[in-house]
Design a protein around this ligand. Structure first.
Ligand SMILES: Cc1ncc(COP(=O)(O)O)c(C=O)c1O
Length: 372
């Protein structure tokens, strides 16, 4: 057995004729950047998650940077981020001149811990920073606990940017990830649950003013007219071909999210007797960007991965080294109580193949390899 970790080919086979037609339409139009399909995609994405504005851009990292720039985040500001995430969440903060402050996560959901956030805010103030923004991450597809995190941010005069690169479209108490805080972002990197065939990203907000700012900032700080500049911006436009591809993929996204529930449920049924399987709080729905279990120790994880490799089953570790201990980030402040949960998880998590087209017989083989 030799399996893909994410089977993009199965999805492409399902959509190929429609994708070919969509790409051909863009080739015929000659509008290769920010063309008609980009505007249509923005409309559909905004409708899907229930926000007023969606602004497409070049990738999920730029989406975060655009959000920070639109909020006016600057030197002297503290931006609170988890350490147990992909580097992009923290990377954008120093690029604005602000300081990332690392916050621990909860052991069951892997998402930002509100109590750790409170300690980190007090610490940031004590060292002379201005608490300005919180970036919860919807890790592995599960929305963060926005009802707990938003009030802490707002009471402290901060804004919340939801990093939904892995969780866009997930459900949080009847609402959809992308619409759970002041401004949200996502990534359309090919391996993401809603991915294109290159790089892409988007920013979501209900705030007219923030939307206008992001629109300007993604086009070099454009003013009212084409060669008039109101502010310093960046170049982060979306390619029309990627938008055309995403429109086709969005048409089956809800169906794929449901198929992912079945795959996750089958894993949990088969593995929960032996390992700690993901825990989804009441009223929430993950989009299962990853299916991640916790094993007893790093040694046990090495053995599991070796067994799987032998059987041709790919596994992955997200994330083996927390950001706050990495060379690039270790000088930045963190929750003064430390980040024990993050450090523990880094040594124990392992992710299994996950995509909507994972057949149950194939999954049986994966489970057999995992259990050994
Ligand atoms: C949590 C998180 N934030 C941000 C990003 C950045 O997205 P992109 O790769 O599109 O820049 C990613 C994905 O790569 C991610 O997983």
């Amino acid at each position: 057995m030799s399996l893909p970790f994410i089977d993009l080919a199965a999805q492409q086979a399902r959509l190929r004729p429609a994708l070919d037609r969509a790409i051909a339409r863009v080739l015929d139009s000659g509008q290769y950047v920010m063309g008609r399909e980009v505007v249509e995609l923005e409309r559909q994405l905004a409708e899907f998650c229930g926000v007023k504005h969606c602004l497409a851009c070049a990738n999920g990292t730029d989406a975060l940077q655009l959000a920070l720039m639109a909020l006016g985040i600057k030197a002297g500001d503290a931006v609170f981020v988890p350490s147990f995430t992909f580097a992009a969440t923290a990377e954008v903060v120093p690029l604005t001149g602000a300081t990332p402050v690392f916050v621990d996560v909860l052991p069951d959901t892997f998402n930002m811990d509100p109590e750790s956030l409170k300690r980190a805010i007090a610490h940031a103030r004590a060292i002379g920073l201005n608490p300005a923004c919180v970036i919860p991450v919807d890790l592995f597809g599960l929305p963060a606990d926005y009802d707990a995190l938003n009030p802490i941010a707002w009471e402290n005069g901060m804004k919340v940017i939801g990093d939904s690169a892995q969780g866009w479209g997930g459900v949080y108490k009847g609402r959809i990830a992308g619409a759970l805080c002041d401004i949200s972002t996502t990534s359309f990197f090919p391996a993401k649950p809603l991915g294109c065939y290159g790089d892409g990203g988007a920013v979501f907000t209900d705030d007219d003013e923030l939307a206008a700012l992001v629109n300007s900032l993604r086009q070099h700080g454009m003013g009212k007219d084409r060669y008039e500049y109101a502010r310093i911006g960046i170049n982060s436009r979306m390619d029309t071909i990627q938008a055309a591809i995403l429109i086709e993929k969005l048409s089956i996204y809800a169906d794929e999210i449901e198929a992912r529930q079945d795959v996750a449920q089958r894993y949990s049924q088969a593995l929960s007797g032996r390992y700690e399987t993901p825990s989804i709080p009441e009223g929430l729905k993950s989009i299962w960007a990853q299916y991640t279990i916790k094993v007893g120790s790093a040694e046990e994880r090495d053995a599991l991965q070796a067994r799987c490799r032998e059987a041709g089953v790919p596994t992955a570790i997200y994330y083996p080294i927390p950001l706050h201990v990495q060379g690039a980030y270790s000088a930045f402040p963190a929750d003064p109580a430390g980040l024990p949960v993050t450090e523990n998880l880094a040594g124990r998590v392992v992710s299994l193949p996950m995509h909507p087209y994972l057949a149950s017989q194939v999954q049986d083989g994966i489970v057999a390899a995992v259990l050994g």
